[in-house]
Design a protein around this ligand. Structure first.
Ligand code: NDP
Length: 446
C-alpha cells in the first residue's frame, strides 16, 4: 500500500470531499509501515475496504416552521465500519454539514472507538439543519422528521447514535422519543439520553473530563503539574464547558473560550464565578459569549477571532470544530510557549498545524485519542442499558479515567519514536487500526 496512491484514487472517485481526504491521509501516513509488514492485508485489499464506508443513507428532511412555511434540509447517516461492534457515532446539526465532513467523522470514529477497547464500530450522521435561533417546537419537528426516515436503519445492536455539534440532551430526547414510538421498543438505541430514561451519569461531562484525564497522563510523562498552567480553550458547547469545569477543579487557569461569533479572553484566567456564569448562560439559556462582558467588563471579547493569537497559553485544548487551528495559529501558539495541545474537537488542527506541533516535539494528542472519553462513556451507557442498571457517578468517572489512561498507554506503546518522544498521532492510529484490521481479516471479505 502506498498512501499517495490510495489517496489519489479516493480523490478521483470521491471528488470535492477535502475533510474526508485529509482524515484518511493522516491515518494512512501513520500506518503505512505497519500495514506493509502484513502482506495478508494487501491480498484482500483491506485498506480500501477500511477507507470507504460500508453504506451511506442520504435523504431530504421536510418540516414545518412556526410560521407554517415548509423547510427542507439534507440529512445523512454514514455507517462506516462494524467489524468490532455495532455502528456507533454522533449526529451533528450545523449549517456546514455535508457528506465530506460526515465521512471524515465516521472514518475517525472507527479508530477512536477501537481505541476505547469497547465493542463499537464507527458511524456518524447529521444534517445541514441548524438549531440556532429555532424554537423548541421547530427543533422537535425537525428531529421527528429526521428519525421518521432514519429509524429503520438504527437499533441497539445495529447502529447507536449520540450527540455532537448542535445535538445535545434536548435533541437526543426528541430523537429517541420518536425512535421509540416508531420501533415500539425501549432499548439503548441512543446514548446521551436523559437520566430519567436510560442516560448515564457523567455522559454529559465525559468528553471534556476525558480530555483533561488524557492531558494529565501526557503531562505526567514529563513530570509537569497542571496547577497554575494557562489553558486556552475554543468553543463553549458541551466539550468546552466541561473541559473548563474540570480544569478549574484541577487548579489550572482557563484563559479563553469562544463560539462561532468570537472569543472571550480572561488574561488572568476566568474566576469560578465567571465560569459559573458562562456555564449557566451556555448550557441552560442558549446565550452568546459576547453577552458575558455586560456582566464582567474586565473580560475581553474579540469578534470573529479564534483565541490562539489573542492570549498566551501553556496548553491549548481546541474544543469547537474541525480545522480551527491553522499553520499560522500553530506558529503563534509555539512562539508563545505552548507545550501541549490536547484536542477535544475532531480534527481541529489542519495538516500544516499538526506537522508544526510534531516537528516542535510538543505533547500533541489528536482528537481520536484525547476526546474518546465521550464515546467510551456512551459505551458504558450501552452496557448499563442492556443490563437495565444505572451505575453511580463515581463508578462511571473511575471507569472513564481508567479508559483514558489505557488509551494513553496504547498511544505510548505504538507511538514511541525511540528518542523519548511519543508521537501520539502515530500511536493512536496504529493501535486503533490493528484491532479493526484483525477483526476484518477474521470475518472474510464483506
Ligand atoms: P456543541 O454544539 O455543544 O458546541 C460546539 C461549540 O463550538 C459551540 O461553542 C459552537 O459555537 C462552536 N462552533 C461550532 N462550529 C463552529 C465553527 N464552524 N466555527 C467556530 N465555532 C464553532 O458541540 P460539542 O461540544 O458536542 O462538540 C465540539 C467538538 O467536539 C466537535 O468537533 C465534536 O465533533 C467533538 N466531539 C464531541 C463529543 C461529544 O461528546 N459531544 C465527543 C467527541 C468529540 P456556536 O454556539 O456559535 O455554534
Amino acid at each position: 500500500m502506498k498512501t499517495s496512491e490510495v489517496i489519489s484514487e479516493l480523490m478521483r472517485r470521491f471528488p470535492n470531499e477535502p475533510e474526508y481526504h485529509q482524515a484518511v491521509e493522516e491515518v494512512l501516513t501513520s500506518i503505512e509501515d505497519v500495514y506493509n509488514k502484513h502482506p495478508e492485508f494487501e491480498r484482500v485489499n483491506l485498506i480500501e475496504r477500511l477507507c470507504i464506508p460500508d453504506r451511506i443513507f442520504t435523504f431530504r428532511v421536510s418540516w414545518v416552521d412556526d410560521s407554517g412555511k415548509v423547510r427542507n434540509n439534507m440529512a445523512y447517516r454514514v455507517q462506516h465500519n462494524n467489524a468490532i461492534g455495532p455502528y456507533k457515532g454522533g449526529i451533528r446539526f450545523h449549517s456546514s454539514v455535508n457528506l465530506s465532513i460526515l465521512k471524515f467523522l465516521a472514518f475517525e470514529q472507527t479508530f477512536k472507538n477501537s481505541l476505547t477497547t469497547l465493542a463499537m464500530g464507527g458511524a456518524k450522521g447529521g444534517s445541514d439543519f441548524s438549531p440556532r435561533g429555532k424554537s423548541n417546537m421547530e427543533v422537535m419537528r425537525f428531529c421527528q422528521a429526521y428519525i421518521a426516515e432514519l429509524w429503520r436503519h438504527i437499533g441497539a445492536d445495529t447502529d447507536v447514535p449520540a450527540g455532537d455539534i448542535g445535538v445535545g440532551a434536548r435533541e437526543v430526547g426528541y430523537m429517541y422519543g420518536y425512535y421509540k414510538k416508531m420501533a415500539r421498543e425501549f432499548t439503548g438505541t441512543f446514548t446521551g439520553k436523559g437520566l430519567t430514561f436510560g442516560g448515564s451519569l457523567i455522559r454529559p461531562e465525559a468528553t471534556g473530563y476525558g480530555n483533561c484525564y488524557f492531558l494529565l497522563n501526557m503531562l505526567a510523562t514529563k513530570g509537569i503539574d497542571i496547577k497554575g498552567k494557562r489553558v486556552a480553550i475554543s468553543g463553549s458547547g458541551n466539550v468546552a464547558t466541561y473541559t473548563a469545569k474540570k480544569l478549574l477543579q484541577l487548579g489550572a487557569k482557563v484563559v479563553s473560550m469562544s463560539d462561532s461569533d468570537g472569543s472571550l479572553i480572561a488574561p488572568d484566567g476566568f474566576t469560578q464565578e465567571q465560569f459559573d456564569h458562562i456555564f449557566e448562560l451556555k448550557t441552560y439559556m442558549r446565550g452568546r459569549l459576547y453577552e458575558v462582558v455586560d456582566t464582567y467588563p474586565d473580560l475581553k471579547y474579540y469578534e470573529r477571532k479564534r483565541p490562539w493569537k489573542l492570549v498566551q497559553c501553556d496548553i491549548a485544548m481546541p474544543s469547537a470544530t474541525q480545522n480551527e487551528i491553522d499553520g499560522s495559529d500553530a506558529d503563534a501558539l509555539l512562539a508563545n510557549g505552548c507545550f501541549a495541545v490536547s484536542e477535544g474537537a475532531n480534527m481541529p488542527s489542519t495538516k500544516e498545524a499538526v506537522h508544526k506541533f510534531l516537528a516542535a516535539k510538543i505533547l500533541y494528542a489528536p482528537g481520536k485519542a484525547a476526546n474518546a472519553g465521550g464515546v467510551a462513556t456512551s459505551g458504558l451507557e450501552m452496557a448499563q442499558n442492556s443490563q437495565k442498571l444505572s451505575w453511580s457517578a463515581e463508578e462511571v468517572d473511575k471507569k472513564l479515567s481508567d479508559i483514558m489512561a489505557n488509551i494513553h498507554a496504547q498511544c505510548v506503546r505504538y507511538g514511541n519514536e525511540g528518542d523519548g518522544y511519543v508521537n501520539y498521532v502515530k500511536g493512536a492510529n496504529i493501535a486503533g487500526f490493528m484491532k479493526v484490521a484483525e477483526a476484518m481479516m477474521a470475518q472474510g471479505v464483506l
